[in-house]
Design a protein. Structure first.
Length: 106
């Protein structure tokens, strides 16, 4: 059962909204409030705190896929978008996000 990103990662959700506003994507920033945390990345990389906001695709995302690289003060955040919907949030080198994410989605 999925949860809302803002409930599991409230500080990160607020940061994500701010980063999207700074990237001149208020359309995506407005969607963060209802963004679901469906599953976390299951790789074994210690630096990874990435998560899916929609069911994981079988293979590539396909038509309509794009990436949006954001500029956080710490770490790296890249969004996978499909037809301007956030599907995956790649979060690298953010131990604060990783700790909260793993506590909620073991």
């Amino acid at each position: 059962m999925s949860q809302l990103v803002k409930d599991v990662l409230p500080a990160f959700a607020a940061e994500l909204r701010e980063l999207l506003d700074k990237a001149e994507r208020p359309d995506l920033a407005a969607k963060v409030e209802r963004l679901e945390l469906v599953e976390r990345c299951r790789c074994d990389d210690e630096f990874c705190s990435s998560f899916y906001t929609a069911p994981r695709p079988n293979g590539a995302y396909g038509a309509g896929h794009s990436n949006l690289s954001l500029a956080p003060k710490e770490g790296m955040v890249i969004l996978d978008l499909v037809h301007d919907e956030i599907r995956y949030v790649e979060v690298i080198d953010r131990p604060d996000v990783r700790k909260a994410l793993f506590a909620s989605v073991p």
